[in-house]
Design a protein around this ligand. Sequence first.
Ligand code: NAD
Ligand code: ZN
Length: 373
Amino acid sequence: MNVIKCRAAVAWEPTAPLMMEEIEVAPPQEGEIRIKVVATGVCHTDLYHLFEGKDKRGFPTVLGHEGAGVVESVGPGVTDFKPGDKVIPLFLSQCGECKFCKCPKTNLCDRNWSSKYHDIMSDPTTRFTCRDQPILQFMGTSTFSEYTVINQIAVAKIDDDAPLERVCLLGCGISTGYGAAVNTAGVTPGSVCAVFGLGAVGLAAVMGCKNAGASRIFAVDINEQKFEKAKVFGATDFLNPKAYNKPISEVLAEMTNGGVDFSLECVGNTEVMRTALESCVKGWGVSVLVGWTDVKDFSARPIQLISGKTWKGSLFGGFKSKDSVPNLVCDYMNGKIKLDEFITHKMSLEQVNDAINLMKTGQCIRCILNISK
Ligand code: NAD
Ligand code: ZN
Protein backbone atom coordinates (compact mmCIF):
# COMPACT_ATOMS: atom_id res chain seq x y z
CA MET A 1 0.00 0.00 0.00
CA ASN A 2 1.01 3.56 -0.69
CA VAL A 3 1.90 6.55 1.45
CA ILE A 4 -0.74 9.30 1.07
CA LYS A 5 0.30 12.93 0.87
CA CYS A 6 -2.45 15.22 2.12
CA ARG A 7 -3.28 18.47 3.90
CA ALA A 8 -3.32 18.72 7.68
CA ALA A 9 -3.26 21.47 10.31
CA VAL A 10 -0.09 20.89 12.35
CA ALA A 11 0.38 22.23 15.89
CA TRP A 12 4.17 22.63 15.97
CA GLU A 13 4.32 24.05 19.49
CA PRO A 14 2.06 25.11 22.39
CA THR A 15 0.02 28.31 21.96
CA ALA A 16 1.18 28.97 18.35
CA PRO A 17 -1.37 29.06 15.51
CA LEU A 18 -1.80 25.77 13.63
CA MET A 19 0.01 25.62 10.28
CA MET A 20 -1.47 24.13 7.11
CA GLU A 21 1.07 21.58 5.88
CA GLU A 22 1.42 18.70 3.46
CA ILE A 23 1.95 15.59 5.57
CA GLU A 24 2.69 11.98 4.67
CA VAL A 25 0.30 9.39 6.04
CA ALA A 26 1.77 5.88 6.18
CA PRO A 27 -0.28 2.80 5.22
CA PRO A 28 -2.22 1.15 8.07
CA GLN A 29 -0.26 -1.56 9.87
CA GLU A 30 -1.55 -4.72 11.61
CA GLY A 31 -4.98 -3.99 13.12
CA GLU A 32 -5.11 -0.43 11.81
CA ILE A 33 -7.48 1.51 9.56
CA ARG A 34 -6.69 4.48 7.31
CA ILE A 35 -9.61 6.91 7.25
CA LYS A 36 -10.50 9.76 4.92
CA VAL A 37 -11.82 12.40 7.31
CA VAL A 38 -14.95 14.12 5.98
CA ALA A 39 -15.85 16.50 8.83
CA THR A 40 -14.74 17.34 12.35
CA GLY A 41 -15.89 19.45 15.25
CA VAL A 42 -13.53 21.59 17.34
CA CYS A 43 -13.75 20.72 21.05
CA HIS A 44 -12.43 22.60 24.06
CA THR A 45 -10.05 19.69 24.78
CA ASP A 46 -8.14 20.60 21.57
CA LEU A 47 -7.76 24.12 22.98
CA TYR A 48 -6.79 22.72 26.38
CA HIS A 49 -3.86 20.82 24.83
CA LEU A 50 -2.76 23.86 22.84
CA PHE A 51 -3.17 26.63 25.41
CA GLU A 52 -3.56 25.18 28.93
CA GLY A 53 -1.90 21.73 29.12
CA LYS A 54 1.12 22.87 27.10
CA ASP A 55 2.99 19.60 27.69
CA LYS A 56 5.90 19.89 25.25
CA ARG A 57 6.02 16.11 24.88
CA GLY A 58 2.67 16.41 23.12
CA PHE A 59 4.08 18.40 20.16
CA PRO A 60 4.33 18.60 17.19
CA THR A 61 0.90 17.06 16.76
CA VAL A 62 -2.26 17.08 14.68
CA LEU A 63 -5.21 17.98 16.90
CA GLY A 64 -8.88 17.05 16.39
CA HIS A 65 -10.82 14.21 17.99
CA GLU A 66 -14.47 14.84 17.06
CA GLY A 67 -14.54 13.62 13.49
CA ALA A 68 -16.29 11.31 11.06
CA GLY A 69 -15.11 9.82 7.80
CA VAL A 70 -14.89 6.90 5.43
CA VAL A 71 -12.50 3.93 5.52
CA GLU A 72 -9.86 4.31 2.76
CA SER A 73 -7.92 1.09 3.43
CA VAL A 74 -7.35 -1.47 6.17
CA GLY A 75 -4.20 -3.14 7.49
CA PRO A 76 -3.57 -6.88 7.92
CA GLY A 77 -5.89 -8.62 10.36
CA VAL A 78 -8.75 -6.14 10.07
CA THR A 79 -11.94 -8.02 9.27
CA ASP A 80 -14.74 -5.84 10.70
CA PHE A 81 -14.10 -2.87 8.38
CA LYS A 82 -13.82 -2.45 4.61
CA PRO A 83 -13.08 0.52 2.33
CA GLY A 84 -16.15 2.76 2.03
CA ASP A 85 -17.52 2.09 5.53
CA LYS A 86 -18.68 5.20 7.39
CA VAL A 87 -16.85 5.51 10.70
CA ILE A 88 -16.33 7.69 13.77
CA PRO A 89 -12.83 7.75 15.33
CA LEU A 90 -12.87 7.20 19.10
CA PHE A 91 -10.55 9.06 21.47
CA LEU A 92 -11.48 6.42 24.03
CA SER A 93 -10.88 2.92 22.69
CA GLN A 94 -12.76 -0.29 23.50
CA CYS A 95 -10.47 -3.28 22.95
CA GLY A 96 -13.05 -5.65 24.42
CA GLU A 97 -10.35 -7.79 26.03
CA CYS A 98 -8.82 -5.89 28.96
CA LYS A 99 -10.26 -6.23 32.48
CA PHE A 100 -11.87 -2.79 32.21
CA CYS A 101 -13.61 -3.55 28.89
CA LYS A 102 -14.90 -6.81 30.37
CA CYS A 103 -16.35 -5.02 33.42
CA PRO A 104 -19.76 -3.36 32.97
CA LYS A 105 -18.90 -0.72 35.61
CA THR A 106 -16.52 1.31 33.42
CA ASN A 107 -15.65 2.45 29.89
CA LEU A 108 -11.95 3.05 30.61
CA CYS A 109 -10.25 0.71 28.15
CA ASP A 110 -6.73 -0.12 29.29
CA ARG A 111 -5.34 0.22 25.77
CA ASN A 112 -6.45 3.83 25.43
CA TRP A 113 -4.11 6.57 24.16
CA SER A 114 -3.82 8.17 27.61
CA SER A 115 -2.02 5.10 28.93
CA LYS A 116 0.66 5.66 26.26
CA TYR A 117 0.72 9.44 26.11
CA HIS A 118 -0.47 10.87 22.84
CA ASP A 119 -0.58 7.88 20.57
CA ILE A 120 -2.73 4.81 20.20
CA MET A 121 -0.79 2.98 17.49
CA SER A 122 0.07 -0.64 18.10
CA ASP A 123 3.68 0.39 18.59
CA PRO A 124 4.69 3.77 19.99
CA THR A 125 5.28 5.41 16.64
CA THR A 126 3.09 7.63 14.54
CA ARG A 127 1.83 7.24 10.98
CA PHE A 128 2.33 10.97 10.28
CA THR A 129 5.46 12.64 8.94
CA CYS A 130 5.96 16.27 7.97
CA ARG A 131 9.21 17.90 6.82
CA ASP A 132 10.96 14.63 7.71
CA GLN A 133 9.78 14.84 11.33
CA PRO A 134 7.38 12.43 13.04
CA ILE A 135 4.13 14.17 14.01
CA LEU A 136 2.07 12.89 16.96
CA GLN A 137 -1.59 11.96 16.75
CA PHE A 138 -3.45 13.86 19.44
CA MET A 139 -5.77 11.56 21.42
CA GLY A 140 -4.92 8.86 18.90
CA THR A 141 -7.33 10.42 16.39
CA SER A 142 -6.00 13.58 14.65
CA THR A 143 -9.05 14.61 12.69
CA PHE A 144 -7.64 18.00 11.57
CA SER A 145 -6.15 16.07 8.63
CA GLU A 146 -7.55 14.78 5.33
CA TYR A 147 -6.36 11.27 6.24
CA THR A 148 -5.55 9.59 9.54
CA VAL A 149 -4.62 6.09 10.69
CA ILE A 150 -6.28 4.62 13.78
CA ASN A 151 -6.19 1.29 15.57
CA GLN A 152 -9.41 -0.66 14.95
CA ILE A 153 -10.10 -0.73 18.72
CA ALA A 154 -10.70 3.03 18.46
CA VAL A 155 -13.04 3.17 15.47
CA ALA A 156 -16.84 2.77 15.41
CA LYS A 157 -18.64 1.66 12.24
CA ILE A 158 -21.89 3.63 11.82
CA ASP A 159 -25.03 3.64 9.67
CA ASP A 160 -24.46 4.07 5.90
CA ASP A 161 -27.06 6.86 5.78
CA ALA A 162 -25.61 8.90 8.66
CA PRO A 163 -24.79 12.54 7.77
CA LEU A 164 -21.08 12.69 8.63
CA GLU A 165 -20.96 16.48 8.96
CA ARG A 166 -23.34 16.20 11.94
CA VAL A 167 -22.77 12.82 13.58
CA CYS A 168 -19.07 13.71 13.94
CA LEU A 169 -20.19 15.51 17.11
CA LEU A 170 -20.89 12.12 18.68
CA GLY A 171 -17.13 11.45 18.64
CA CYS A 172 -16.75 13.61 21.73
CA GLY A 173 -18.73 16.55 23.12
CA ILE A 174 -22.31 15.42 22.75
CA SER A 175 -21.81 11.82 23.86
CA THR A 176 -19.72 13.13 26.77
CA GLY A 177 -22.27 15.58 28.18
CA TYR A 178 -25.32 13.45 27.42
CA GLY A 179 -23.80 10.31 28.97
CA ALA A 180 -22.52 12.21 32.02
CA ALA A 181 -26.18 12.98 32.84
CA VAL A 182 -27.89 9.72 31.87
CA ASN A 183 -25.10 7.25 32.76
CA THR A 184 -22.71 8.73 35.32
CA ALA A 185 -25.03 10.99 37.31
CA GLY A 186 -27.98 8.67 36.69
CA VAL A 187 -30.47 11.56 36.59
CA THR A 188 -33.89 10.37 37.76
CA PRO A 189 -37.41 11.43 36.70
CA GLY A 190 -38.70 14.46 38.60
CA SER A 191 -35.26 15.46 39.88
CA VAL A 192 -33.73 18.95 40.03
CA CYS A 193 -30.44 19.41 38.14
CA ALA A 194 -27.82 22.11 37.61
CA VAL A 195 -25.38 22.23 34.70
CA PHE A 196 -22.32 24.49 35.01
CA GLY A 197 -20.86 25.62 31.67
CA LEU A 198 -23.02 25.75 28.56
CA GLY A 199 -20.65 24.82 25.76
CA ALA A 200 -21.57 21.79 23.64
CA VAL A 201 -20.68 19.45 26.52
CA GLY A 202 -22.85 21.30 29.04
CA LEU A 203 -25.74 21.71 26.60
CA ALA A 204 -25.60 17.97 25.90
CA ALA A 205 -25.74 17.42 29.66
CA VAL A 206 -28.86 19.61 29.77
CA MET A 207 -30.34 17.44 26.99
CA GLY A 208 -29.48 14.32 29.02
CA CYS A 209 -31.16 15.70 32.16
CA LYS A 210 -34.25 16.54 30.10
CA ASN A 211 -34.41 13.10 28.40
CA ALA A 212 -34.00 11.44 31.81
CA GLY A 213 -37.11 13.27 33.03
CA ALA A 214 -35.67 16.03 35.25
CA SER A 215 -38.41 18.46 36.34
CA ARG A 216 -36.17 21.51 36.72
CA ILE A 217 -32.81 22.18 35.04
CA PHE A 218 -30.67 25.15 36.09
CA ALA A 219 -28.29 26.35 33.36
CA VAL A 220 -25.29 28.19 34.84
CA ASP A 221 -22.78 30.20 32.78
CA ILE A 222 -20.89 33.48 33.04
CA ASN A 223 -21.68 34.13 29.35
CA GLU A 224 -25.41 34.93 29.19
CA GLN A 225 -25.45 34.52 25.41
CA LYS A 226 -25.50 30.77 26.07
CA PHE A 227 -28.88 30.83 27.84
CA GLU A 228 -31.00 30.94 24.68
CA LYS A 229 -29.51 27.65 23.42
CA ALA A 230 -29.81 26.07 26.86
CA LYS A 231 -33.55 26.70 26.65
CA VAL A 232 -33.70 24.82 23.32
CA PHE A 233 -32.21 21.76 25.05
CA GLY A 234 -34.63 21.89 27.99
CA ALA A 235 -33.16 24.18 30.67
CA THR A 236 -35.85 25.84 32.81
CA ASP A 237 -33.82 28.35 34.91
CA PHE A 238 -30.80 30.48 33.99
CA LEU A 239 -28.12 31.79 36.35
CA ASN A 240 -25.08 33.99 35.81
CA PRO A 241 -22.82 33.64 38.90
CA LYS A 242 -21.39 37.11 38.18
CA ALA A 243 -24.81 38.71 38.65
CA TYR A 244 -24.98 37.78 42.36
CA ASN A 245 -22.99 39.07 45.31
CA LYS A 246 -23.12 35.72 47.09
CA PRO A 247 -21.93 32.25 45.99
CA ILE A 248 -24.13 30.67 43.33
CA SER A 249 -24.36 27.52 45.50
CA GLU A 250 -26.24 29.61 48.10
CA VAL A 251 -28.52 31.03 45.44
CA LEU A 252 -29.30 27.50 44.24
CA ALA A 253 -29.86 26.24 47.79
CA GLU A 254 -32.41 29.01 48.40
CA MET A 255 -34.21 28.38 45.12
CA THR A 256 -34.42 24.60 45.63
CA ASN A 257 -34.97 24.18 49.37
CA GLY A 258 -31.46 22.91 50.13
CA GLY A 259 -29.71 22.18 46.84
CA VAL A 260 -30.04 20.25 43.61
CA ASP A 261 -30.24 16.47 43.27
CA PHE A 262 -27.65 16.37 40.47
CA SER A 263 -24.98 18.85 39.35
CA LEU A 264 -22.61 18.56 36.39
CA GLU A 265 -19.41 20.59 35.95
CA CYS A 266 -18.79 21.13 32.23
CA VAL A 267 -16.19 23.93 32.37
CA GLY A 268 -12.86 22.37 33.39
CA ASN A 269 -12.29 24.80 36.31
CA THR A 270 -11.44 23.46 39.78
CA GLU A 271 -13.29 26.33 41.53
CA VAL A 272 -16.43 25.56 39.56
CA MET A 273 -16.02 21.86 40.44
CA ARG A 274 -16.12 22.80 44.12
CA THR A 275 -19.13 25.06 43.60
CA ALA A 276 -21.00 22.33 41.74
CA LEU A 277 -20.47 19.95 44.67
CA GLU A 278 -21.55 22.60 47.18
CA SER A 279 -24.71 23.20 45.13
CA CYS A 280 -25.96 19.65 45.74
CA VAL A 281 -28.48 18.75 48.42
CA LYS A 282 -27.12 16.87 51.43
CA GLY A 283 -28.10 13.23 51.91
CA TRP A 284 -28.20 12.17 48.26
CA GLY A 285 -26.85 14.91 45.96
CA VAL A 286 -24.56 13.69 43.18
CA SER A 287 -22.00 15.94 41.47
CA VAL A 288 -20.17 14.88 38.30
CA LEU A 289 -16.90 16.31 36.96
CA VAL A 290 -16.95 16.44 33.17
CA GLY A 291 -14.72 19.45 32.43
CA TRP A 292 -11.15 18.49 31.65
CA THR A 293 -8.14 19.74 33.58
CA ASP A 294 -4.94 18.17 34.86
CA VAL A 295 -2.85 21.14 35.89
CA LYS A 296 -4.27 21.93 39.35
CA ASP A 297 -5.57 20.14 42.46
CA PHE A 298 -9.17 20.64 43.51
CA SER A 299 -10.36 21.08 47.07
CA ALA A 300 -13.53 20.81 49.13
CA ARG A 301 -14.49 20.58 52.79
CA PRO A 302 -14.80 16.92 53.90
CA ILE A 303 -18.21 17.67 55.44
CA GLN A 304 -19.53 17.97 51.88
CA LEU A 305 -19.06 14.22 51.43
CA ILE A 306 -19.63 13.22 55.07
CA SER A 307 -23.09 14.76 54.73
CA GLY A 308 -23.95 12.15 52.13
CA LYS A 309 -23.12 13.74 48.79
CA THR A 310 -21.33 11.79 46.06
CA TRP A 311 -18.56 13.31 43.91
CA LYS A 312 -17.66 11.47 40.73
CA GLY A 313 -16.14 12.00 37.31
CA SER A 314 -17.01 10.95 33.78
CA LEU A 315 -14.92 10.25 30.69
CA PHE A 316 -16.81 10.12 27.38
CA GLY A 317 -20.08 10.09 29.31
CA GLY A 318 -19.41 6.62 30.68
CA PHE A 319 -20.25 5.14 27.27
CA LYS A 320 -18.35 2.05 26.15
CA SER A 321 -17.30 3.75 22.95
CA LYS A 322 -17.35 1.17 20.14
CA ASP A 323 -20.63 -0.34 21.34
CA SER A 324 -22.43 2.92 22.07
CA VAL A 325 -21.52 5.39 19.31
CA PRO A 326 -23.35 3.47 16.52
CA ASN A 327 -26.46 3.41 18.77
CA LEU A 328 -26.18 7.14 19.47
CA VAL A 329 -26.03 7.74 15.70
CA CYS A 330 -29.32 5.81 15.41
CA ASP A 331 -30.77 7.81 18.33
CA TYR A 332 -30.01 10.99 16.38
CA MET A 333 -31.49 9.61 13.15
CA ASN A 334 -34.64 8.54 15.06
CA GLY A 335 -35.03 11.95 16.69
CA LYS A 336 -34.25 10.83 20.25
CA ILE A 337 -31.29 13.19 20.58
CA LYS A 338 -30.55 16.53 18.90
CA LEU A 339 -27.34 17.36 17.06
CA ASP A 340 -28.14 20.09 14.48
CA GLU A 341 -28.86 22.64 17.21
CA PHE A 342 -25.27 22.45 18.49
CA ILE A 343 -23.81 23.56 15.14
CA THR A 344 -23.39 27.32 14.99
CA HIS A 345 -20.63 27.63 12.36
CA LYS A 346 -19.25 25.76 9.35
CA MET A 347 -15.76 26.34 7.96
CA SER A 348 -12.99 24.71 5.91
CA LEU A 349 -9.86 23.10 7.38
CA GLU A 350 -7.87 26.17 6.25
CA GLN A 351 -9.97 28.27 8.64
CA VAL A 352 -9.15 26.11 11.67
CA ASN A 353 -7.43 28.97 13.53
CA ASP A 354 -10.58 31.10 13.12
CA ALA A 355 -12.64 28.20 14.50
CA ILE A 356 -10.30 27.90 17.50
CA ASN A 357 -10.60 31.62 18.09
CA LEU A 358 -14.41 31.47 18.00
CA MET A 359 -14.38 28.86 20.77
CA LYS A 360 -11.73 30.68 22.77
CA THR A 361 -13.84 33.83 22.79
CA GLY A 362 -17.10 32.00 23.52
CA GLN A 363 -18.73 32.91 20.20
CA CYS A 364 -19.64 29.43 19.03
CA ILE A 365 -21.12 26.22 20.38
CA ARG A 366 -19.68 23.92 17.74
CA CYS A 367 -17.92 24.88 14.54
CA ILE A 368 -17.80 22.07 11.99
CA LEU A 369 -14.79 21.94 9.68
CA ASN A 370 -15.46 20.35 6.30
CA ILE A 371 -12.28 18.40 5.61
CA SER A 372 -13.08 16.60 2.36
CA LYS A 373 -16.06 15.64 0.17
P1 NAD B 1 -16.72 25.37 25.77
O1 NAD B 1 -15.52 26.26 25.89
O2 NAD B 1 -17.51 25.44 24.52
O3 NAD B 1 -17.72 25.61 26.99
C1 NAD B 1 -17.32 25.99 28.28
C2 NAD B 1 -18.40 26.91 28.86
O4 NAD B 1 -18.09 27.17 30.24
C3 NAD B 1 -18.50 28.27 28.17
O5 NAD B 1 -19.85 28.52 27.79
C4 NAD B 1 -18.02 29.27 29.22
O6 NAD B 1 -18.65 30.54 29.13
C5 NAD B 1 -18.40 28.54 30.51
N1 NAD B 1 -17.68 29.00 31.70
C6 NAD B 1 -16.38 29.41 31.79
N2 NAD B 1 -16.09 29.74 33.06
C7 NAD B 1 -17.20 29.53 33.79
C8 NAD B 1 -17.55 29.70 35.17
N3 NAD B 1 -16.64 30.15 36.04
N4 NAD B 1 -18.79 29.39 35.57
C9 NAD B 1 -19.72 28.93 34.68
N5 NAD B 1 -19.47 28.75 33.36
C10 NAD B 1 -18.23 29.06 32.93
O7 NAD B 1 -16.16 23.88 26.02
P2 NAD B 1 -16.78 22.42 25.66
O8 NAD B 1 -16.24 21.96 24.36
O9 NAD B 1 -18.25 22.41 25.90
O10 NAD B 1 -16.03 21.55 26.78
C11 NAD B 1 -16.33 21.75 28.15
C12 NAD B 1 -15.33 21.00 29.03
O11 NAD B 1 -15.48 19.60 28.88
C13 NAD B 1 -13.85 21.29 28.68
O12 NAD B 1 -13.12 21.34 29.89
C14 NAD B 1 -13.45 20.08 27.89
O13 NAD B 1 -12.04 19.86 27.91
C15 NAD B 1 -14.20 19.02 28.66
N6 NAD B 1 -14.39 17.72 28.00
C16 NAD B 1 -14.36 16.62 28.79
C17 NAD B 1 -14.57 15.37 28.25
C18 NAD B 1 -14.62 14.15 29.11
O14 NAD B 1 -14.66 13.03 28.57
N7 NAD B 1 -14.64 14.28 30.43
C19 NAD B 1 -14.80 15.25 26.87
C20 NAD B 1 -14.89 16.41 26.11
C21 NAD B 1 -14.68 17.64 26.67
ZN1 ZN C 1 -13.57 16.63 23.01
